[in-house]
Design a protein around this ligand. Structure first.
Ligand code: NAP
Length: 600
């Protein structure tokens, strides 16, 4: 969707007021505390529905070269890149029953990636695979994750249905002891953590949620045993059923049209509408994607990254909603380019933003026939305050007789759940099935959550050290006192809407670090001085996003309306510059992270 001319000043003032009003309707004093984790009596919401019986096995006490915590794309890419560097024993550990990470857990009907498959799926050049659709269905992505794992022989050493419970540096052997919930305690020369940021499903703390007597589950653990069908639909188990779905984020937008096909009636409980842009998914051939020559995938994803990072590019190879709105993604990422500031830029930005959002609101009116429903589906906030979504079937679903939109903004969400249904205002909606598309806790997985304690030199705990001084790393990957530990993720690193690209660059870097340490017979460990220098780079030019997020409607981007976390947590000049910086550093300065071993 293209933007139109800037709006008149009085229109912008009116919009600003409307946005502020809509935000005030939604901000809650309890912020993120309004949610609860799927533990104890809610534990079944997080149980693995794809593994019937976890195979018993003996605990492992052996030695591997590299242990990778997490079997999503981050972990798989780390494994693949380590293999290419010649590492023999690479053991990936994951809670799920197979590789895939988010694509292992999320198999809900309608699941697709909304980033173009030809740039989202990693290692296409290396595996020779060409995606069939511009936007891949989840199953194609999951199978690609497994394809990479097979190609790089990552299955034999993998541990599935296993959670790492602690990482402890063993001074005597200068290796890590990796302990798990299956009784394992094995040694690894290097540990890579690739635990993702949004892997724990969350539930709203709605009063009475535990009393519901109908069937219920979270979208990231879709219960096909109950609904029947597959991610492509055919949910015969929903015939004659009244189904409620809570949540209208990127997941809800994909699920609702599928439920509408099969359920007797669908009640969509909405608190904040998403912006829903054109999808235009289509089958693609190798030639459409330029996949008829070597290096095509690398070139395409670099081109996409340049455009969505606001860097100049000769052409737009992907040409979709993300690249069209690139100028407005400025505030989406903590590490976006900082050069654009000042009143002139802000004014032009606001006008372009208003034009874009006006078009998106017009799209609702053009599609949804009932004016009241259309009005409620309109998003009243700036572009990218919430994650933009894309669908050509979401709005039309509301023209069906068996779909009702229940807006809950006035009551700050659903008020109460009873044995038989959901209460909003004076109305009770009786339901057979209640599905939570309520998203994921942010930053509660892996070593940053405290659930996976990391004991470094002298038994020092990583998070204890960071609680006193703030996080300290070199480039986000390594930390003093924690030798041979390589962290993947967005802390002190770069980010992008195409996160698999970021992860692959991180995996290349991780493998280069290990190769350098192996070549020199050294440990990987930055000095405190190297960490200080990296902190200074992060702080210099860190963006001021506070005003933008302070005006945004609540969500996980702005800690439910309470404000953005420290923006010095990411590299401030964008992913393209960060990748170049890493390349140069690997050529010229990698020795600074190598330390002499005590044990030779
Ligand atoms: P989400 O964006 O966090 O959305 C959760 C939804 O639940 C929101 O609509 C929220 O409303 C609603 N909600 C929460 N508590 C509620 C309550 N008490 N009453 C009524 N509504 C309530 O979660 P998601 O849709 O699963 O998406 C999570 C992330 O996964 C996305 O942002 C994206 O990064 C990723 N994802 C990606 C794709 C893809 O194609 N690449 C697809 C799906 C998901 P409010 O907005 O008012 O809080």
């Amino acid at each position: 969707m293209t933007t139109t001319q800037p709006n008149r000043p009085d229109e912008l003032t009116a919009l600003r007021q409307r946005y502020s009003l809509e935000r005030e309707r939604r901000v809650r004093p309890d912020g993120a505390l309004q949610y609860q984790q799927p533990v104890a009596e809610f534990g079944y919401y997080a149980a693995d529905p794809y593994v019937d019986d976890v195979t018993e096995r003996q605990p492992l006490h052996d030695v591997v070269d590299v242990a990778v915590v997490g079997g999503g794309f981050g972990g798989i890419l780390a494994g693949a890149r380590m293999r290419r560097q010649g590492m023999e024993r690479v053991r990936i550990i994951d809670k799920g029953g197979d590789f895939g990470g988010t694509w292992y857990w999320n198999r809900y009907p309608g699941i697709h990636c909304d980033i173009e498959s030809h740039v989202y799926l990693p290692l296409l050049d290396e595996t020779g695979y060409v995606p069939e659709w511009k936007y891949s269905p989840g199953e194609e992505i999951r199978r690609h994750a497994m394809r990479i794992a097979q190609k790089y022989d990552l299955y034999p050493d993998a541990l599935f249905s296993t959670a790492v419970t602690s990482l402890t540096w063993d001074e005597a052997s200068e290796t890590w002891i990796v302990a798990t919930d299956r009784g394992d305690a094995f040694h690894a020369t290097y540990v890579v953590t690739a635990t993702g940021t949004m892997s724990e499903p969350k539930l709203p703390g709605i009063p009475g949620i535990e009393t519901f007597q109908g069937h219920t589950f979270h979208t990231s653990r879709w219960d096909y045993a109950y609904t029947g069908g597959t991610p492509d639909g055919g949910m015969t188990g929903l015939t004659g059923k009244r189904v409620g779905i809570v949540g209208t984020g990127a997941t809800g937008v994909q699920v609702v049209p599928m439920l509408a096909e099969d359920a007797q009636h669908v009640y969509v409980f909405q608190r904040t509408p998403s912006s829903v842009d054109v999808r235009a998914n289509r089958r693609t051939g190798a030639q459409d994607a330029g996949a008829d020559r070597d290096g095509w995938a690398r070139e395409r994803r670099e081109n996409f990254l340049r455009i969505v990072s606001g860097e100049p590019a000769d052409q737009d190879l992907v040409a979709d909603g993300w690249t069209a709105s690139a100028g407005l993604l400025e505030k989406l990422l903590p590490s976006f380019r900082r050069e654009n500031t000042g009143p002139d830029f802000e004014a032009a930005y606001e006008a372009a933003d208003a034009a874009m959002m006006n078009e998106l609101r017009a799209r609702v009116e053009q599609t949804v026939t009932d004016p009241d429903t259309a009005e409620k589906l309109k998003p009243w906030y700036r572009y990218a305050c919430k994650r933009p979504t894309f669908s050509d079937s979401y709005y039309p679903a509301f023209n069906r007789d068996n779909v009702s939109l229940v807006d809950t903004a006035d009551t700050h969400g659903i008020e109460r759940i009873t044995e038989h249904g959901v209460v909003v205002g004076d109305e009770t909606y009786e339901l057979d099935c209640l599905i939570f598309a309520t998203g994921f806790s942010v930053g509660v997985s892996g070593i940053h959550s405290g659930k996976l304690p990391v004991h470094g030199r002298g038994g020092t705990q990583l998070l204890h050290t960071w609680a006193q001084q703030g996080p300290r790393t070199l480039h986000g990957f390594t930390s003093n006192g924690f030798p041979n530990l390589i962290q993947m993720g967005s802390l002190h690193n770069a980010s992008s809407v195409n996160f698999t690209h970021i992860l692959d660059e991180q995996a290349v870097h991780a493998a280069a670090l290990v190769a350098a340490a192996e070549a020199e017979g050294a440990l990987l460990e930055p000095s405190p001085g190297a960490e200080d220098a990296w902190q200074a780079v992060l702080a210099d030019g860190a963006p001021d996003h506070e005003w933008f997020h302070a005006e945004c409607t609540p969500g996980y981007y702005n800690r439910e309306g309470l404000g953005r976390p420290n923006s010095a947590s990411a590299y401030p000049h964008g992913a393209v510059a960060f990748h170049e910086l890493l390349r140069q550093w690997r050529k010229e300065s990698i020795a600074e992270v190598l330390q002499t071993k005590a044990v030779l």
